[in-house]
Every structure is written in structure tokens, then in C-alpha cells.
Ligand binder design. Structure first.
Ligand SMILES: [Mn+2]
Length: 354
């Protein structure tokens, strides 16, 4: 018997991530649409099991949000849904998780102790537990070891950092399950592993760079094969741009535009400029957003001062002496260099102002 499953987590429905001027407003809605697309895919592919490894919601779910999600689940004619609550949507005292009546095909594992749900018709069992607090500082327990009752045994775990169920992946593999569906870390494991993070369905933070999607799995007689499927509608990309003395504001703007066109105007960008610039040029970050998808422009360039000339012209004054003090040291460490640049910049600005 072959069981098809999809492993997702960290959808963070309700999050309002920064996506750049043109997209930020629509981004929350887009994340909902992506989740709907996933549900449609489950229906179309006759997926047997949809496993949601926590943080389906970004915060305590509103009743309205739960009803929306449940209505999507209820449309599934073939798929059974198993979910746990993560640290973001943890089962709070008055959480709707406690009282909500889910559709018949939804099997929430909302207990704070490990629970197991069996699907004899799929010869599959899924184990997991939910967060009842923002944090879960204890590690993996011996009692979580797999006690096999079905051909395929799946374990859901949410966490993997210091404050959220600290574990090493190796430990989770040693628990004896055929597959461990991990949630919490937004970066997906793109290589097949027995214990995998599927990553966030859509990136929800500018630091969630790279592909995002879900894990598609097939289980047959306890042998599980999985692969990562990119599914997100947009990516965050960090653009590194190297400036030199010839770089002007308009040249930089063109470079940014070209790079964005190359890597996709649908994506969201953080731009970092490094290297040297003409000391008379200042880059106006605000004008560097041709498609409205630049979140920020970080200018780390240094003015390419001609220290020899500056030192000669300013012989005897504060600026000249400052530069000379660096020449005497004869050190060319990075900190020294930065101090020299910052110092000269400050002194030149004071000079200009006076
Ligand atoms: Mn989490």
C-alpha cells in the first residue's frame, strides 16, 4: 500500500511581512492564497495525508481564521489533515484551539503530551504534541520512542533551537520513526532526509532567503521517500553590489534595476552596497526601488579618499596629523582602516560645515 503525504509547517497565516512598497500590503493575503493552493493540490493529487508541523497561524488564531482554514480542510474529499500547534499559535488558556469543532477529516494533536493517531486504512500512524506555551525548553524524551503499531510511523516535532524543544536532528532520527516531520526552522531541507524541515510555505521574513515550499512524501511498507517542492510565490533575495570610484547614483540605480530584472521582478530584495565610492557621491537609497520590491538599501561603501594628497594638502592641521598618525602606525588591519575612513570623513564634514 502506498500512502502519499504532504508535510508543511510555519505557514504563519496572519503574518504581515515586509515585502517592499508595492507588495507589503498584499503579502498577508498572498500567504493565505498560497495555503489555499496547497489545499487544492492535495485534492487534485489525492494526497492521503496532510501533516502540518506547527505555526499554521502566526499568533493566537482568531475564530474567523480558524473557520476559514477549517472550511478549506472540509473541501478535501480524500485527504486527512493532522496538525499540531507551535510556539506562535500555542494552545493558550482561552485559545479557540480548545473548543473548535473541526471537520471530520481533521485530526488535531493538541495535547501537551505526545499523542498518537492511527489510520488503519492507510496503515499509518502519526504522533505529535502541541505547545501550550511560547517556549518548550525540555529536550527529546525517551518515552517518545516509536512503539510501532502501523507499517508507517510518522512523528511531528516543532522546534530545534534553544528555547523551542532543543534537539539535534540525529536524536530525532534515532527515535525509530519512518519519517520525522519537523517544523519551526523556516529554511527547508532540500536534500532527502529521514528527519526533515519542510521550511515555511512562504518566506515570512527578509532573512528567509532562497526557495520555500513543502515536502512531498510517499510511504510504502514503512519505506518513506521524500522530496522538497518549491511552491512559494516569491523569494527574498539579498543583492550584493560592489561599487567603485566610477559608480554614480544613476549608474547604481541602473545596476539594481538590471539585477532585479535578471533575478525576477516578482521577488523581494535587500540591497547591500560595498566597496569604494567617489567621496563626493552620496547614494540616495530611496530612489533605488524601480519595481517597488526593494525592502531596504544598505550602503556600506567607503569614500575612496586619496590619503596621500589629503595629507599633503592638510599638512600641519588636524586632518593632516590624523592621517599621518595612521601612516606612522604602519598597520593595515581592517579596524585601523575603518577608523581612518570614519575619522577622515568626520573631519572633512566638520571642515565643510565651518
Ligand atoms: Mn515556530
Amino acid at each position: 500500500m502506498k500512502v502519499k503525504f504532504i508535510h508543511t509547517a510555519d505557514v504563519h497565516l496572519g503574518v504581515r511581512p515586509d515585502a517592499g512598497k508595492a507588495y507589503t500590503k498584499n503579502r498577508p493575503e498572498e500567504i493565505w492564497r498560497s495555503f489555499e493552493r496547497l489545499i487544492s493540490l492535495c485534492e487534485r493529487e489525492k494526497t492521503d495525508l496532510l501533516v502540518i508541523a506547527g505555526d499554521l497561524f502566526h499568533r493566537q488564531p482568531l475564530l474567523r481564521e480558524m473557520k476559514e482554514v477549517n472550511a478549506l480542510f472540509a473541501r478535501l474529499t480524500h485527504t486527512k489533515v493532522v496538525l499540531v500547534a507551535g510556539n506562535h499559535d500555542f494552545v493558550k488558556q482561552d485559545s479557540y484551539y480548545r473548543s473548535f469543532r473541526w471537520a471530520r477529516n481533521v485530526f488535531p494533536l493538541l495535547g501537551k503530551e505526545m499523542q498518537k493517531i492511527e489510520f488503519p486504512e492507510l496503515r499509518t500512524a502519526v504522533s505529535g504534541f502541541s505547545y501550550w506555551d511560547r517556549e518548550y525548553r525540555e529536550g527529546i524524551r525517551d518515552s517518545w520512542k516509536c512503539r510501532r503499531t502501523q507499517d508507517t510511523e510518522i512523528l511531528i516535532l516543532h522546534g530545534g533551537d534553544e528555547k523551542h524543544l532543543p534537539f539535534r536532528k540525529r536524536e530525532t532520527e534515532l527515535l525509530g520513526y519512518d519519517y520525522v516531520a519537523l517544523g519551526h526552522i523556516h529554511k527547508p531541507d532540500q536534500k532527502e532526509q529521514k528527519s526533515s524541515y519542510c521550511g515555511a510555505l512562504e518566506p515570512t521574513d527578509p532573512n528567509d532567503t532562497g526557495d520555500h515550499g513543502f515536502i512531498l512524501g510517499a510511504a510504502a511498507n514503512g519505506l518513506v521517500k521524500t522530496r522538497f517542492v518549491p511552491f512559494a510565490s516569491r523569494k527574498y533575495i539579498h543583492l550584493d553590489i560592489q561599487a567603485d570610484e566610477k559608480m554614480t547614483g544613476s549608474l547604481l540605480r541602473d545596476t539594481i534595476r538590471e539585477k532585479i530584472e535578471e533575478q525576477g521582478i516578482e521577488n523581494m530584495y535587500r540591497v547591500e552596497i560595498t566597496g569604494f565610492r567617489d567621496p563626493d557621491i552620496e547614494f540616495a537609497a530611496a530612489s533605488m526601488d524601480p519595481y517597488g520590491n526593494v525592502i531596504d538599501v544598505l550602503d556600506f561603501t567607503n569614500p575612496s579618499y586619496d590619503f596621500g594628497k589629503l595629507s599633503a594638502v592638510n599638512k600641519g592641521n588636524l586632518l593632516g596629523r590624523f592621517i599621518q598618525s595612521f601612516e606612522k602606525e604602519g598597520e593595515d588591519g581592517l579596524l585601523e582602516e575603518m577608523a581612518l575612513y570614519e575619522g577622515v570623513k568626520a573631519l572633512l564634514e566638520t571642515k565643510r560645515g565651518s
